[in-house]
Design a binder for this molecule. Sequence first.
Ligand SMILES: [Fe+2]
Length: 178
Amino acid sequence: MSGAKTRNIKDAKSSKATALYPTRNDIPEDQRAKLVALMNARLSELIDLSLAIKQAHWNLKGLQFIGVHEMLDGFRDGIDAHVDEVAERLVQLGGTAHGTAQDVAGNTSLKAYPTDIHKVEDHIKALADHYAGVGATVRQGIDDTSDLGDEDTSDLLTGVSRTLDSNLWFLEAHLQEG
Ligand SMILES: [Fe+2]
């Protein structure tokens, strides 16, 4: 599989910048501004992924329905916990979290999750593509936030990345035969 095709990423675009509010946090303001923009972009993708998981959970049809249906509720809980961590981290840096439906639709780098599929396999493939897209940007964010002098945010994204990789493994295990 080629990486670009299975990562489900739209053309790159810059995320919205907003003014910072004062904080005693000692990371320089210009670095915090970049960190906030980066984390708002990751926030949009993670919320996008969270919504896609329920879209699949509700609309699955097929013999593997119940196992995948229930698996996806666990995935959703895990991603939602990271959504909260990412949003609160960027607010700690003096930013404003952009988590509305309108902001997410405008800021996410992922292509729209398909609404015309129903087979279990089709949803697993579509979700795997969505996960791969978020996984790639979060992994890049680990290095980028470290380069910006914020090892705490880098560490936070490392935890997110581990969850994304684990969930992707579960999805891909449904598509592969031993
Ligand atoms: Fe449910």
